[in-house]
Design a protein around this ligand. Structure first.
Ligand code: HEM
Length: 387
């Protein structure tokens, strides 16, 4: 419920014990001036450093300062605790190379950044069963605000977007409630909207070696153009709508078989308790594997993915309902990975074409962002590589 440091080797909001609430915003730049972009990042850094320490966005706060000017903070967080707010910033592919036209014409390098494009910041391929809404996808910049109080997270994004006025506008946002992952062994495993424990086998903050192997971009991965990303990561965001009403009419047996774990305890269907390793070789009566070959857990497990593990940090979402009275709800999947080419694309390709859980899922939004390393004490500009 307190505060987390804003400066450090890595940005906060990645291995930070996942807070209960999320407000994530993707922005598009309206300026084409590199100086204005740098100035925006400078403003955001200053404001984020204040907000995450429980201070108002500006030095005067919501109720003082020049009487004939708008207050430098919007005010709705004034009497609240900082609620563990973290702000995590990332850069989309379009920031570096623009957005290609529908006819395949190359995008425009508005800021002279094309030679800084990290190799892993690819345009994601189309996956089977994707139904992506461009208005809920991509963006030049992303800000992930996490806190234990939704008003704190929304206040942060609102004040950052206010500070972006004239330079960048919000492209899309997502509100999340109820984390669907633990990122620390000290946390209880939460549940997603299918009612299953989610985050059991997640990479946790305490697993330093696994973080180095699966989350942080190492110097050995990058060439000179993207040295600035060493110690950072990539954020994959996928808005995954769940067919809740169909799921709720599915038998418990079927639900458990699709996931590969029990609904109550979250234990693998091969036996044991929540944290027992799944045993994919175990067979039941008739010789069928106890954990189905097309179950989610089997297809997502490191043994099916060249040893790859993810740090997932997603949230449940409910955005009203459609005209048929069905909830527009699901899982806003967030994962921080070392390289999406090894740590997301192959796994998602496998899941989208083989995972039986996909019958109940549609991916409706998508974003991939390069997340620079942490901001050293005293530095002013996020993502500043000295050029
Ligand atoms: C594990 C649900 C989407 C990757 C799990 C587990 C559940 C689950 C219940 C088991 C508990 C755990 O270890 O956390 C879901 C649901 C999804 C979804 C409901 C969509 C709405 C995805 C996506 C990916 C993914 C899109 C990656 C592309 C994983 C991984 C594991 C996992 C890596 C851990 C596997 C292991 O090491 O045993 N998921 N998941 N999931 N999921 Fe998902």
């Amino acid at each position: 419920e307190g505060t987390y440091p804003f400066t450090g080797a890595h940005q906060a909001g990645i291995v930070t014990p996942a807070q209960d609430r999320l407000y994530l915003a993707a922005f598009d730049l309206t300026t084409t001036s590199r100086d204005e972009l740098v100035e925006l990042l400078r403003r955001w850094t200053t404001i984020a450093a204040r907000l995450t320490q429980g201070l108002s966005a500006g030095p005067f706060g919501p109720a003082s300062g020049p009487y004939d000017a708008p207050p430098d903070d919007t005010g709705e967080a004034a009497d609240l605790s900082p609620a563990g707010l973290t702000l995590t910033f990332g850069f989309g592919r379009s920031l570096f190379v623009g957005t290609p036209g529908p006819d395949g014409t190359p995008g425009e390098d508005r800021f002279g950044l094309a030679d800084r494009l990290p190799e892993g910041l690819v345009a994601l391929p189309h996956f089977a069963a994707d139904d992506l809404d461009p208005a809920r996808s991509d963006g030049d910049l992303v800000v992930q605000a996490c806190a234990d109080d939704p008003q704190i997270a929304v206040h942060a994004i609102r004040n950052l977007s206010r500070a972006a006025f004239g330079s960048a506008t919000i492209r899309w946002t997502q509100l999340g409630y109820g984390r669907t992952s633990s990122t620390s062994t000290a946390q209880r495993t939460p549940r997603n909207l299918f009612g299953f424990k989610d985050g059991t086998a997640n990479v946790k903050a305490e697993e330093t070696d696994a973080l180095a192997e699966h989350v942080w971009v190492p110097a050995s991965d990058v060439d000179a153009s993207s040295e600035w990303l060493v110690g950072g990561s990539y954020l994959v965001a996928r808005r995954i709508r769940m067919r809740i009403e169909t799921w709720d009419r599915t038998s418990l047996r079927e639900q458990e078989n699709l996931v590969g774990r029990t609904k109550g305890e979250g234990a693998p269907l091969s036996g044991g308790t929540e944290f027992t390793e799944p045993d994919f070789a175990q067979e039941g009566r008739g010789g069928a594997p106890l954990i189905a070959v097309d179950s989610h857990v089997r297809l997502a497990h490191p043994t099916s993915n060249d040893g790859v593990r993810l740090l997932r940090r997603g949230y449940n979402f409910t955005d009203g309902n459609d005209t048929l009275g069905r909830l527009d709800a699901g899982l806003f999947f967030l994962a921080f990975v070392r390289d999406p080419r090894t740590h997301f694309i192959p796994m998602q390709t496998r899941l989208s074409s083989q995972d039986t859980l996909m019958e109940y899922l549609t991916h409706t939004g998508s974003g991939l962002f390069a997340v620079p390393p942490g901001i050293p004490e005293g530095a002013l500009v996020l993502g500043d590589d000295g050029t």
